[in-house]
Design a binder for this molecule. Structure first.
Ligand SMILES: [Mg+2]
Length: 184
């Protein structure tokens, strides 16, 4: 499986926070970051909800007023992602195929190039969000998955792979390992 194709370093998050509301976005803005890529499922909201809640809607509003461009990128299908994004007034990438670069590259070809250095991303999965972000040179913040029930099969598969990554991380990067485990 593809966890062997990438170095362990590619699974290390730039930072770890409990939720999307615990991130100091203003500090990132001051560093020159201007684009935030958000995973949807279990990051912005649970799988079981078709719409983001009021808090998420307000956060996106605040970020956009701050001067950020927001993009939700999800491996989920177009109807869910486009509808979800409309509540957040956000750009979106559906069927993103994380951890493959194709979805993001295609989006840039259509909408204009975005330099990775001005992006941050936020997601709950090592095998998709963190791996792809690191492959693209984007700083990624890992958050705790909102709910563990009702997961899609591919999330469960990715979680099993993540377990094997975590075992390696425990040996080589114990501090990062502890930080990620502290979310549970
Ligand atoms: Mg997710």
């Amino acid at each position: 499986m593809f966890q062997h194709l990438f170095k362990l370093e590619k699974y290390i998050p730039y930072d770890v926070k409990k939720t999307i509301f615990d991130i100091d976005y203003l500090a990132y803005f001051k560093q020159g970051k201007r684009v935030i890529l958000f995973d949807i499922d279990n990051t912005v909201g649970p799988y079981s909800k078709d719409e983001p809640n009021e808090d998420a809607i307000n956060l996106f509003k605040k970020l956009q007023e701050m001067g950020f461009r927001t993009i939700v990128w999800s491996n989920n299908h177009a109807p869910r992602v486009s509808r979800y994004a409309s509540f957040l007034n956000s750009e979106y990438i559906y069927s993103a195929r994380k951890p493959f670069k194709t979805g993001f590259k295609k989006y840039l070809r259509k909408n204009g190039h975005i330099d990775s250095s001005i992006c941050i991303s936020v997601g709950d999965q090592l095998m998709t969000d963190i791996l792809l972000s690191n492959r693209l040179g984007i700083n990624c913040i890992l958050v705790k998955p909102i709910e563990k029930k009702d997961e899609k099969w591919y999330t469960r598969a990715s979680r099993n792979m993540a377990d094997s990554i975590m075992r390696k991380m425990k040996k080589k990067y114990p501090d990062t390992y502890d930080l990620i485990r502290s979310l549970e």
